[in-house]
Design a protein around this ligand. Structure first.
Ligand SMILES: Nc1ncnc2c1ncn2[C@@H]1O[C@H](COP(=O)(O)OP(=O)(O)O)[C@@H](O)[C@H]1O
Ligand SMILES: O=P(O)(O)OC[C@H]1O[C@](O)(COP(=O)(O)O)[C@@H](O)[C@@H]1O
Ligand SMILES: [Mg+2]
Length: 468
């Protein structure tokens, strides 16, 4: 007894009891399910039950009681104690009861929007997951994005056909922007008797997926809609960074290193690298932090200016005096308000996204003019590198490939379980199902008030570009 009391005391001394945070109740997001409007849908035992490789153990199946919390950081002082309970999402994974007979499943997979490393891996793993884990034999690829539902024949896919797709960049199914015709798409899903639709794409694609899901609900079709977010720009909220993002940042290092070498090897050399990031500067930010060769990082979330006190030119002048060279990384969406645009220049792409002017080319020209004006006769060079498509048109690295695999399998488990209108998402390293309606609205921009942006500024020592 004395021993037990001592050990309890010892254990207690290792912990401080904090009771300022309440985790109960949680606000568990309701996930749409096919039985919401098809209450008599038959359920089946998960075939993994009889799969020689898996031999389900206790805790193998995920139940609706398993949740993932997006918020994992708290101030335990209670200062910021919130009255609203934390939100939670259903944890992803195999369910014991499924709502599709695998023999009756006819799945469609579509990729939409711009490229992102790992697209082919997701397709591959959807095919392999459906085929090997559930015994589904009818899996089809939709060609060229949303428009492919109504304008092209689907391609029958099988594990043999896709076996090496994870080693290929791009999307073998092809992709496109625009072409979203809701009635034609849902008519095609209904007409071709697809009952699981897997949609891989970015923020625009997610907005389309919501409409498809809603129309399918409206028509009360036995069709599960599962989405997997893909965004090289990392502009989709709720999820951890998209698959392929890490690969893209890694690829960007080569361009930054080359810019650095060019700048260092010239007299008054500037290396300028433009990276993707339409309205968010995540790639530029992460590439800057991981490279450490960057003197200035320009992103759409933080306006900048050229001339005058606290401007870019004053900063570069000093860097050239101090170091003899400088490297600038600019996200494609930065500085758009500064660049003169003619009336006839295209404003939007087929999906309605803004079309940007080349901030890199404009900066190069402005820097060259500045130097000629202020330092006539002195040597100066700007080497502009635009690796735009090189960072996204590559196969995913090993970590991203694994990530794609887990997302695809999560999506497969969710659809087989009868969930619909959901996104397979990694949240704080765990896999969860999030209503697509939520993901479609959640934007992820760089927060210039947080530690990460402060860290960029401390690494580069660049100005904050606040006009004095
Ligand atoms: N608000 C929307 N409603 C329906 N479909 C949309 C919407 N926005 C974009 N889409 C469609 O989603 C697809 C991909 O969108 P896009 O913006 O090009 O790429 P991403 O999904 O990567 O952001 C396109 O076919 C586009 O027409
Ligand atoms: O030339 P494209 O194919 O339209 O792609 C360029 C755009 O694609 C992006 O990578 C992002 O596209 P998504 O919206 O498809 O994710 C942007 O950074 C870039 O502006
Ligand atoms: Mg987008």
């Amino acid at each position: 007894m004395a021993d037990e009391a001592n050990s309890n005391k010892e254990e207690e001394s290792q912990y401080e009891i904090v009771d300022n945070l309440s985790f109960s109740p949680l606000r568990l997001h309701r996930l749409p399910h096919l039985t919401d409007y098809l209450p008599n849908l038959q359920s089946f035992t998960n075939p993994l039950e009889n799969n020689a490789y898996y031999r389900p153990f206790d805790g193998f199946y995920i139940s609706s009681h398993d949740v993932v919390l997006p918020q994992v950081i708290y101030d335990v002082s209670g200062t910021f104690r919130s009255n609203s309970p934390p939100v939670a999402y259903q944890r992803a994974g195999p369910r014991k009861q499924i709502f599709f007979n695998p023999a009756d499943v006819k799945a469609a997979i579509v990729t939409c929007g711009g490229l992102c490393p790992g697209l082919n891996t997701v397709i591959r793993e959807l095919v392999v997951g459906l085929w090997e884990l559930y015994g589904v034999r009818q899996v089809f690829g939709i060609r060229s994005g949303y428009r492919g539902f109504y304008s092209a024949d689907p391609v029958a896919l099988n594990p043999k056909m896709v076996h090496n797709w994870h080693k290929r960049g791009g999307t073998v199914l092809e992709t496109s922007r625009g072409g979203f015709d809701l009635a034609k798409i849902v008519d095609s899903i209904q007409g071709q008797e697809f009952n699981q639709v897997y949609i891989i794409g970015g923020d625009g694609t997610m907005r389309g997926a919501v409409k498809i899901f809603e129309e399918i609900c409206h028509r009360k079709l036995n069709v599960a809609v599962a989405a997997i977010p893909k965004t090289v720009d990392n502009d989709v909220g709720i999820i951890d960074a998209s698959f392929g993002f890490q690969t893209a940042v890694e690829m960007a290092q080569q361009a930054i290193s080359a810019a650095h070498v060019e700048a260092e090897s010239a007299v008054n050399g500037i290396g300028l690298v433009k990276l993707m990031g339409r309205s968010t500067g995540h790639i530029a930010l992460y590439s800057t932090l991981s490279s450490r060769d960057v003197d200035c990082c320009l992103i759409p979330e933080n306006d900048f200016f050229l001339e005058g006190k606290g401007g870019l030119l004053e900063f570069l002048e000093q860097r050239l005096i101090d170091n003899g060279h400088a490297v600038i990384v600019v996200a494609e969406g930065a500085g758009q308000d500064l660049i003169p645009r003619s009336e006839e220049q295209q404003q939007h792409d087929e999906s309605g996204n803004p079309v940007f002017l080349d901030v890199g080319a404009w900066l190069k020209s402005e820097l060259t003019k500045w130097w000629k004006r202020d330092h006539p006769g002195d040597l100066f060079t700007v080497k502009y590198i635009d690796p735009t498509y090189m960072i996204r048109a590559v196969p995913a690295n090993a970590t991203d490939n694994l990530y794609c695999t887990l997302l695809a399998h999560s999506a497969t488990h969710g659809a087989m379980a009868g969930y619909t209108g959901f996104v397979a998402a990694r949240i704080n390293g765990n896999y969860a199902y999030v209503p697509v309606t939520e993901v479609a609205q959640a934007k992820n921009v760089v927060n210039t008030q947080d530690h990460k942006w402060a860290w960029v500024r401390s690494v580069t020592n660049q100005p904050d570009f606040q006009k004095i």
